[in-house]
Design a protein around this ligand. Sequence first.
Ligand code: LLP
Length: 430
Amino acid sequence: MHSFHYSKGSLHCENVSLSQLTAEHGTPLYVYSAETFRDRFTKLDTAFEGIDHELAYAVKANSNLSVLRLLAGLGSGFDIVSGGELYRVIKAGGDPAKCTFAGVGKTRAEIEYALKEGIYSINVESEEEAAFISEVAVEMDLTAPIAFRVNPNVDAKTHKYISTGKSENKFGIDFEFIRAAYERASSLPNLQLKGLQMHIGSQLTSVEPFVEAVKKAAPLAAELKSKYGIEFFSIGGGIGIVYEEALASGKEAWWTEQDEATRPLTPERYASAIIPSLQDLGLKILLEPGRFIAGNAGVLLTECLYEKKGSSKTFKIVDSGMHHLIRPALYEGHHEIVPLIEPTGEMESVDVVGPICESGDFFCQNRELPRFSPGEAVALMSAGAYGMVMATTYNSHPLPAEILVDGAEAKLVRKRQTFDDLIEAEEVSI
Ligand code: LLP
């Protein structure tokens, strides 16, 4: 279960009323539940307790310092994709020695920074990158721990923009070339071949593609262990979450999280399907979950400004949009939209749209939603992952504030941007 529910007619995050938060902090506002973060981390960690493993939270999903601090406190490692993310992890008290560094385009400055901080492994995506890291490591008189990312050419059956494990994707090294990549890297100076990594995509809702990829890569991992003494195999992230809650009328809550038993992918199902292929490798298994940890832990609160009745549609115009939550526009992502005041049951078909001057700026189209009016706020559910991290100031709208709730306590963990913040780095020089 996640921690958003109606209590006394108003939507709460844990024990805090969201209407109270919008009254205090305004909208648009991201709100996160510490309890959900803990719950998700612990569930996944527990599902793998039978084997030597470590969770390396994918920082890209939600990189707020307080979120990183919370996860570091639970013993999490971190999967980072930039120098900026490493900087955040360190500022939040995370341990660089528990960080893996992924991404196809690492710069010299980023590689130097990661090596200086004593990163656990740089996950390398091309032979050219391995040669460059070796060069940098020689100059720095350090040994660079690396793993290659293998592209197992498995269809993740998810949206094409978040599918990464097919040979037409830019990620990793093709399965047929991976052995040669290790062989050549083994003769390069100042490199330690430390592991093998893969990641086939994000928001996977069935276990089969994971099983197929792990079955394909596990024998390779075993071979690399005996040849080069690698110590870890990272199976990436990608576990999907429930975005579409059951809108079952007649139930106590008019939206509830889908019944655990009917969910296609749970940590237990995921673990029990892949552990058999991993348990005899004698390698540390790394997982890089992002969305699974953060997705259901956050909501975006936005206020309805206007209702506009067109000849064919009713538009609810709200004060947030694609600039704060781009998932509907970019991946046709679905986010439930829930009034903060418990609805009475009257429904209407609407488009919920933002203020941005783009036709793609919508949160939903032709969706049956409980009636809400200008002045009322709604929550976009499951916005904790790839929400605020992908927000922009397009159309010069300041970024939203972020709140972290823990029990009855709500802390402002990022201030709302001001107009001054928007222009801070600019100069009028003509
Ligand atoms: N590891 C690697 C190497 C990755 O590229 C990713 C995500 C992850 C781990 C974490 O995947 P997760 O467990 O969160 O699925 N913005 C998109 C998702 C992009 C995911 C990119 N890579 C969205 O909003 O759906």
